[in-house]
Design a protein around this ligand. Structure first.
Ligand code: ZN
Ligand code: ZN
Length: 852
């Protein structure tokens, strides 16, 4: 029979068993009709066009099917010894329910909303008072089962059919009520609450399962009962979802839905099913086994059950609930399971559909973060909650599908910001007004939670992915983080410092290396134009951290707020970071100064160049960065030069050679800064540290780097190693008594520069040995010279000093290939190897692996 002819034929036969005539119809007729409905349902299930075709020819068919379902829900509750006719009628209704389900699913999927499929069928069911009738039946059935002595199988089966029907009505209604239909939702919510159908059904499910377990052990039926309780959970989940659509739900409807979600029996069922799903998802495959534990459809089903747990654990709903700690831990476990057990590509290979678990969780992340925060102080098991929040954030941010959507990015960024503030604020509060964290021997709990939860790898991955794809979702998250400016939750990169200090050395080293690679990509132009590209973000990050370190140099050693172990870790970090960051930051300062010089020159000639919007503000940031870079350089200058023979070895073992090479980098940097000073750019009153460092470095370098300084003094005006500039600095410092000897030395250098400019050799003056003032000097005891640090390398890096590869999630996970000739140099890629070979490894390589 063609599909188009099925509808009318079915309608004719069903017309014989309308609501009025259903009573006298013989059992075999009912059974035959049920079989036919079932057969048509199967046809509809495999063939989408059949659904439209059948309904198109017989639009009233849907109405008749609905009537059948509604009628069956109004049948009396099953009697103790069962009733064959009752069972047959119910079973016919089950066939109708099945067909209706498939019709609605197919018509919904094809975008149509024909006849009574969808919201219209919900209205029809509500008007038939099917919910109330089904609730009464479920209540009656539960009572009979409890009273029945002994329990008969027929009664059991009949009760299950009754329950199935009741839950179908709830499920059908909750799935098909349109999300923007405020009136429909209110009507549905009121009917649900008034009838207590979910609660009655849940109670019947509980009674059935316990009755079976106690008296009739039938394994085959256990699966059936599980199916019923799943339906109960899903209906519960839908109620929770409807409640989430706050824009649509009226206060009355919300109150009704809360009453439904607060029922003790439904909560019980949801907890039982949700926890079972959690165990199953967390179980995973045994080690070594292939990872295909569940089919995607099965996983999606398990995740749906987990999702139902969320409203059940929500303290906002009335009724018995778990204690906040237990609820939060369960929720976080459930969320993590939903995120990490993503369904993957569909097994049928067709749609490639994935479970919606991760995105669903991403929307709830802010709520989960708030719950964890509400559990402070984080001690004992509460600490695990805080670590789990971080773990969840780390897992979520690794999910492409979460990062690929707009909505979740914002909430993920907001949550991350909140968590980072949490790391920083309690430590700040311990030093009110001081601007420093307390760094005890053991990590403070907030930091410990972040470290255990993988905060540092999370941020490193975020930076790398953003660096690989500027404008991509990870970059958006970073940009949103940076833009958080409200005081209580303002984003501060120096909140990272405690996390860096207490992380494993490998993680910290990897983070430092990733920041370095981004720095190599940064440009002064982007910096001055305030682009928020990932490379520029890395400049802010490193500058903030440098600033924080230098602050510690000022205060920490005297205040006793940095414990010895934390101090050692800080020293290790500094040793790793400074030789890599300083040359890059110094390059950026010089480039920015050159741009400023060009803009200034253009202005002198009356040309206005398109420049930064707020040049003054940006220059202030530049001065601040320069101060920190100078201070940090002062630190590395304390490292004695390696012996000439070590130069090569140091070069192959790591980056940048010794501190001596670093100090050489200050010569051109200082030239740029002197030019700024000469033009009277930074005000001496506002930037005393900048002037101090400029003077101290000028005096020192004129002694230690005489040749380089002399070469630059003859260079262009932009490289302002010029007497006028020296004198400008000296004048600014002259009123300050403690700088007296420094100013004298500076005058001497200025005279020397003048002599050079006149082509004369200046007389050999005894050079002033500069002992840097705080903050740099107080770092002395923290500082570990690079040569020493290189003896305990924690991370093997690509030996190409210009390497900016951001492949992979972490620098620690990079696979390096060694130089085939010497076996001592390692590279991340062929390009890096070629570049390094041309840049000098050709000379340094020196022989074969065998010969070494
Ligand atoms: Zn490389
Ligand atoms: Zn080599």
């Amino acid at each position: 029979m063609p599909a188009s002819a099925i509808g009318p034929a079915l309608l004719r036969r069903l017309a014989q068993v309308t609501e009025q005539s259903l009573q006298p119809v013989a059992i075999p007729v009912l059974k035959a009709l049920k079989l036919e409905l079932h057969r048509v349902g199967k046809l509809v299930k495999v063939d989408s066009s059949a659904a439209s075709s059948i309904l198109g020819r017989a639009p009233s068919l849907c109405l008749v099917i609905l009537k059948l379902v509604a009628f069956a829900t109004r049948l009396p509750a099953p009697a103790e010894d069962g009733d064959a006719r009752l069972t047959a009628k119910r079973s016919l209704a089950n066939g109708a329910e099945l067909l209706l389900n498939w019709l609605v699913a197919k018509l919904g999927a094809s975008g149509g909303n024909r006849g009574l499929a969808g919201p219209a069928s919900v209205r029809a069911l509500l008007r038939s008072q099917a919910l109330e009738a089904a609730a009464r039946q479920a209540a009656g059935a539960a009572k009979r089962i409890q009273d029945a002595q002994p329990l008969r199988q027929a009664l059991l089966t009949d009760c299950e059919e009754c329950l199935d029907l009741a839950l179908f009505v709830v499920g059908h209604a909750s799935i098909n009520v349109a999300p923007n239909d405020a009136e429909g939702i209110t009507e549905f919510a009121a009917a649900l609450a008034v009838s207590s159908i979910l609660e009655h059904s849940a109670r019947l499910t509980l009674v059935l399962s316990s009755a079976k377990a106690a008296r009739v052990a039938l394994p085959a039926h256990r699966a059936l009962t599980a199916l019923r309780s799943e339906r109960c959970c899903l209906a519960y989940l839908y109620c929770g979802l409807v409640l989430d659509c706050a824009a649509t739900v009226t206060p009355a409807a919300a109150a009704h839905l809360r009453a439904v979600l607060g029922g003790p029996c439904t909560r019980h069922i949801v907890m039982v099913e949700g926890l079972a799903a959690l165990r199953e998802l967390e179980g995973g495959p045994p080690p070594g086994a292939p990872p295909a534990g569940h089919s995607p459809a099965k996983k999606q089903q398990l995740i749906s059950l987990l999702q139902a747990l969320f409203p059940a654990l929500d303290p906002a709903h009335p009724g018995p609930a778990l204690k906040p700690l237990a609820a939060a831990r369960l929720l976080l476990r459930a969320a993590l399971a939903a995120v990490t057990s993503d369904g993957g590509p569909a097994a049928d290979g067709g749609s490639g559909a994935r479970s919606d678990g991760p995105c669903w969780v991403a929307k709830r992340l802010p709520d989960l973060v708030c719950r964890a925060l509400a559990l402070r102080p984080w001690r004992g098991p509460r600490l695990a909650v805080a670590a789990d929040v971080w773990r969840l954030a780390a897992a979520l941010l690794g999910q492409e599908q979460v990062m690929g959507r707009d909505l979740e990015r914002g909430s993920v960024a907001a949550s991350l910001n909140l968590l980072m503030v949490e790391v920083g604020v309690p430590l700040w509060a311990a030093n009110e007004g001081r601007g420093l964290w307390r760094l005890p021997a053991e990590a403070p709990v907030e930091v410990l939670a972040a470290v255990t939860g993988g905060a540092l790898p999370l941020l490193e991955r975020l930076l790398r992915r953003a660096g690989e794809a500027p404008g991509g979702p990870e970059h958006d998250v970073l940009a949103e983080l940076q833009s958080a400016e409200a005081p209580p939750s303002a984003w501060r990169w120096d909140n990272l410092l405690p996390i860096l200090v207490y992380s494993t050395p490998l993680q910290a080293a990897a983070f430092v290396a990733t920041a370095t690679k981004l720095l190599r990509r940064a440009s002064a132009q982007a910096l001055l134009l305030r682009h928020s590209d990932p490379a520029t973000i890395s400049v802010e990050l490193t500058a903030d951290l440098l600033g924080a370190w230098m602050e510690y140099g000022h205060e920490a050693p005297h205040e006793g707020i940095v414990s010895a172990p934390a101090r050692a870790r800080l020293a290790q970090l500094l040793t790793l970071a400074l030789p890599q960051w300083l040359p890059q930051l110094s390059r950026l300062v010089q480039e920015a100064a050159a741009l400023d010089e060009a803009a200034w020159g253009a202005e002198q000639h009356g040309q206005r160049q398109p420049g930064p919007q707020e040049p003054e503000l940006l220059l202030q940031a530049l001065y601040s960065l320069t101060e920190d870079v100078f201070a940090a350089y002062a630190l590395v200058s304390l490292d004695p030069c390696p012996a000439p023979g070590m130069q090569g070895a140091a070069h192959t073992a790591g980056h940048g050679g010794g501190a001596c090479n670093l100090e050489a980098g200050v010569v051109p940097l200082l030239g740029s800064v002197l030019r700024l000073v000469q033009r009277g750019q930074p005000s001496p009153e506002e930037w005393p540290q900048l002037y101090y460092f400029t003077a101290a470095w000028a005096v020192r370098l004129a002694r230690t780097r005489t040749a380089a300084v002399r070469a630059l003094s003859n260079d262009s005006p932009a490289m302002a190693w010029r007497p006028e500039a020296m004198r400008a600095v000296a004048e600014a410092l002259r009123p300050t008594e403690r700088y007296r000897s420094l100013v004298q030395a500076l005058d001497g250098r200025a005279a020397q520069l003048e002599a050079w400019a006149g082509g004369k050799e200046a007389g050999a003056r005894p050079g002033l040995h500069v002992n840097f003032m705080p903050p740099a000097a107080t770092w002395l005891e923290f500082w570990k010279p690079p040569a020493e640090a290189q003896r305990c390398p924690v991370l093997t890096a690509c030996d190409n000093p210009a390497c900016a590869s951001l492949a992979g999630d972490s620098e620690a996970g990079l696979r390096l290939r060694q130089c085939g000739r010497c076996g001592r140099a390692s590279y991340c890629c062929r390009e890096c190897q070629t570049a390094h070979w041309r840049a000098g490894h050709r000379e340094a390589c020196g022989g074969s692996v065998d010969g070494a």
